[in-house]
Design a binder for this molecule. Structure first.
Ligand SMILES: [Fe+2]
Ligand SMILES: [Fe+2]
Length: 458
């Protein structure tokens, strides 16, 4: 007995060291950032809002470090001759690959129902003109586009998907990203994401929650400094998570962003939880949408962020959150909470995990999920009114893949109806990675799980 104990004491540390060694790159290694030179003309222009979306807009952009002052010029469709000029001091941000200037302007006192034109300048270098519209406060119905992880390669394909989503939803009030917009916190990958967005990001406000790929790896992970420079989000979050844990109110809906990757210690978990509780207690909007990168219910094989469930699920239920939008798993999953669903809390929030990345992970065939897919990118179009949230998911080939509607009556009672095509084996097949890494026996198991899951859902 003593001998076995001694042996265990010896073997355990060796196994631990081997495990950490095996996982080292995944957990701790940050590939060096290649040197970069920022553009002298305005670059990476992004429209968002941090105040009232019905009378303000924020614009950020980037330039080289020689530019001391940025300018923004704005005019409206109804008074084309009148222009207002804002100035922004340059904020120089140095990273391991170089340095650039960032600029930020908040445009206030904008008029409801008005279309505005704006352009920005680094010193004397002006951008093109872009336009945006401020909705009317009485128009409680609106639409938005929800995009999961992007993580595209340089010269990637995700821009096509963004633009296809926009073609289908040209009146979208904003585009929501759910983290992992970039593959790595390097200038080149930020550049790729902005290139993919093109004029969309300058015309439609962007809101976002951070993912693990916007973080630098390490024992304590750090959010890339460019997050705060690119995203002028409301500073209404808890003190250690300003600009990434926050909420936006748009018409009848409150959108709440949690920084799931920022939960790296017990204090950080409880700081976010306490904040979320106080925000939910004081939410009087008709709808509540929670955004976080890591899922409450995982879609991907072998993943389970149980601590997020323990932290946030009781609050989601207690305060009647309607929709929980997540990413990270690189496979589509929806826990529908509809009639006939095997999921117990049928009338709770609807959970959707999606991604727009060319990287695909295998599904885990969780019985909690009523819709699953991998091997394809997805985009989501969402229509919100006082009575309902209509949710539609499309593949990269514009195939209608999933849909549901959350109805809410005057008393606040919810009913979820499904408008989805049947689950199709085409989207459930193992990924190339699975086929490469696993045995024939594993594949047979996978196929059996797939059949069982399909049988239970269709
Ligand atoms: Fe991801
Ligand atoms: Fe992720």
């Amino acid at each position: 007995m003593k001998r076995t104990k001694k042996l265990l004491w010896l073997v355990f540390p060796i196994l631990l060291i081997l495990f950490v060694w095996f996982k080292w790159d995944n957990w701790f290694y940050n590939p060096p950032e290649p040197p970069y030179t920022p553009s002298s003309t305005p670059d990476r222009i992004l429209l968002t809002w941090s105040g009232d979306p019905l009378n303000s807009r924020d614009v950020t952009w980037q330039g080289d470090t020689l530019t001391q002052t940025g300018f923004l010029q704005i005019t409206s469709n109804s008074t084309p001759g009148d222009t207002i000029r804002y100035t922004s001091p340059s904020k120089i941000l140095k990273t391991s690959g170089g340095a650039s200037s960032f600029f930020r302007v908040v445009m206030k006192n904008l008029k409801e129902g008005e279309t505005y034109l704006y352009r920005v300048a680094n010193g004397s270098h002006w951008s093109d003109w872009y336009n945006f519209k401020i909705e009317n406060r009485t128009d409680s119905a609106y639409s938005f586009i929800y995009i999961g992880d992007v993580q595209d390669s340089i010269n990637g394909v995700s821009g096509k998907l963004f633009h296809r989503a926009y073609e289908s939803q040209p009146n979208a009030a904003f585009i929501m990203f759910i983290g992992d917009m970039i593959e790595r916190p390097h200038d080149a990958y930020w550049g790729e994401w902005f290139r993919a967005g093109g004029t969309l990001f300058r015309t439609i406000p962007v809101i976002a929650t951070p993912g693990n790929h916007e973080y630098h790896k390490g024992l304590i992970q750090e959010l890339d400094e460019r997050w705060m420079a690119h995203f002028s989000f409301p500073q209404n979050g808890p003190p250690n998570f300003l600009g990434r844990v926050c909420y936006w109110d748009y018409q009848n809906t409150r959108y709440i962003s949690m920084d799931s990757n920022g939960i790296q210690s017990i204090p950080s978990a409880f700081e976010q939880r306490k904040w979320l509780k106080s925000v939910l207690e004081n939410t009087h909007q008709r709808w509540i949408v929670l955004m976080m990168h890591h899922p409450i219910y995982s879609t991907s094989r072998g993943r389970d962020y149980f601590y997020l469930r323990a932290l946030f699920k009781p609050l989601i239920d207690q305060y009647n959150v309607d929709l929980v939008l997540v990413g990270h798993d690189h496979a589509y999953g929806r826990a529908a909470h509809i009639q006939n669903s095997k999921f117990k809390d049928k009338q709770g929030a609807v959970y959707v995990g999606s991604h727009a990345s060319p990287k695909w992970y295998d599904t885990g065939f969780s019985e909690k999920m009523d819709k699953l897919a991998t091997n394809t990118q997805m985009c989501q179009l969402v229509d919100v009114s006082n009575d309902s949230i209509r949710f539609r998911t499309y593949t990269a080939d514009s195939i209608y893949f999933d849909g549901f509607t959350i109805h809410k009556d005057a008393a606040g009672n919810r009913l979820v109806t499904e408008n989805a095509p049947k689950n199709s084996s085409e989207y459930l097949k193992p990924t190339k990675y699975f086929l490469r890494k696993n045995s024939k026996g594993d594949l047979e198991k996978y196929e059996q799980q797939m059949k069982d899951w399909e049988k239970s859902k269709n």
